[in-house]
Design a protein around this ligand. Structure first.
Ligand SMILES: CCCCCCCCCCCCC[C@H](O)CC(=O)SCCNC(=O)CCNC(=O)[C@H](O)C(C)(C)COP(=O)(O)OP(=O)(O)OC[C@H]1O[C@@H](n2cnc3c(N)ncnc32)[C@H](O)[C@@H]1OP(=O)(O)O
Ligand SMILES: NC(=O)c1ccc[n+]([C@@H]2O[C@H](COP(=O)([O-])OP(=O)(O)OC[C@H]3O[C@@H](n4cnc5c(N)ncnc54)[C@H](O)[C@@H]3O)[C@@H](O)[C@H]2O)c1
Length: 309
């Protein structure tokens, strides 16, 4: 795959960071997205601190990163497994972990936040970090659906605050949406574009508009798939097969929702319902709500629309 060749070549040739400005990155949230972002940043020579709320979660994150790195190198180093293992260990050495974000942001150039999709929780985190992070540090959120400006107001660094929206799984997906909120300076925006390129990604620019580009189009599609099934007009299996074989998508909508996480999906659709309660598109889904209330959050918990155990 061309992406692999490009990505690995960059990773291997670059123990020095291409982007002179951003060398040290703090990633907050060691879940699906934060782990992927930390992995790709470390693989491209950045020094990374990964932060989450407990040592147990961080151990799981590190194990996940190691597993993903092994998948990445398996093909590339098929003839040289020792070199592959050396690469994995080198990347892992670029990552340290912490449960105390405030104590590790001292030397950081960029904070990438990838915690739960909840405005108040994100604001509280950034408000705390704003008081302790160096002046030059750029703050960026990986939010799927929240306005960047609404998160940024929790800080006094609107000019050094932007959006950097990665796609799941981060090691595989080439796109990054870089979002310029009204307060984001051109310098910050350019630094985020350069950083995305340094990770081997393809950035696109986007204004701070709901859903940015991809989710503005993807979310209504996913919602309609759930409604179609709830109306009894198609089984989830048939809808998934139809969209894979008929539209050429790599995953059907139910497989993708399970992959993204049903808690995250619910946060997104509930948030948009609160913003536009008159819009029937965003009205609650009994099926989604039931699965989330049962703790069936998708692939990450072993069950969602489908079972994975
Ligand atoms: C009211 C109603 C409610 C509805 C709610 C609506 C809510 C809306 C929710 C919106 C969510 C938005 C979330 C977010 O903001 C935006 C997103 O991220 S959207 C998700 C985007 N991602 C996709 O669309 C993924 C699509 N899938 C794929 O591209 C592929 O399936 C795959 C994941 C790449 C896997 O590929 P497959 O071929 O299927 O499977 P393989 O396992 O064989 O993998 C192929 C190849 O990839 C390597 N690989 C896969 N995963 C990883 C990894 N994590 N790390 C490293 N490598 C990986 C694997 O090893 C294989 O390598 P190869 O052998 O080919 O070298
Ligand atoms: N899942 C996706 O496909 C996807 C894709 C793109 C963007 N996003 C966005 O990325 C963000 C994270 O999503 P995810 O899927 O990785 O979620 P996740 O649930 O897998 O991980 C979130 C992690 O954040 C941690 N966390 C929560 N509060 C914290 C805090 N205050 N400090 C430190 N860590 C904290 C949690 O313990 C958890 O490990 C969300 O904003 C989501 O909308 C998700």
């Amino acid at each position: 795959m061309a992406f692999f060749t490009h990505h690995i070549t960059r990773a291997l040739s670059s123990s020095t960071v291409r982007n002179a400005a951003i060398k040290h990155v703090t990633v907050i949230g060691g879940g699906l997205m934060g782990s992927g972002i930390a992995q790709v940043a470390a693989a491209t020579g950045h020094s990374v601190v990964l932060v989450d709320t407990s040592e147990d979660i961080l151990k799981k994150s590190t194990k996940g990163i190691e597993g993903s790195l092994k998948r990445v190198v398996k093909k590339k180093f098929a003839d040289k497994p020792e070199a592959g293992e050396e690469f994995v260990q080198k990347v892992l050495k670029n990552i340290s972990t912490s449960t105390d974000a405030a104590s590790v942001v001292q030397g950081t150039d960029l904070v990438v936040e990838a915690i739960a999709e909840n405005l108040k929780v994100k604001q509280s985190l950034f408000s705390t970090l704003d008081k302790v992070a160096p002046e030059h540090t750029i703050f960026a959120s990986n939010t799927s659906s929240l306005p960047i400006a609404d998160i940024a107001v929790s800080t006094a660094r609107l000019d050094r605050f932007g959006g950097i929206h990665f796609f799941n799984p981060v090691p595989m997906m080439k796109l990054v949406e870089v979002i310029q909120a009204p307060g984001t300076s051109q310098e910050t925006f350019n630094a985020l574009l350069d950083f995305s390129k340094a990770l081997g990604k393809h950035p696109v620019s986007c204004k701070d508009t709901p859903g940015f580009i991809v989710n503005r189009l993807l979310v209504p599609y996913l919602i309609e798939a759930v409604r179609l099934h709830e109306r009894g007009h198609g089984s989830k299996e048939d809808i998934d097969v139809a969209m894979k074989l008929g539209a050429g998508y790599p995953m059907g909508p139910f497989e993708l929702l399970d992959y993204v996480g049903l808690d995250t999906s619910k946060f997104i659709v509930d948030g948009w319902y609160q913003m536009e309660p008159e819009n029937p598109l965003f009205s609650p889904s009994p099926l989604l709500n039931k699965l989330v209330s049962e703790g069936k959050l998708g692939k990450k918990t072993g069950e969602g629309f489908y079972k994975y155990k």
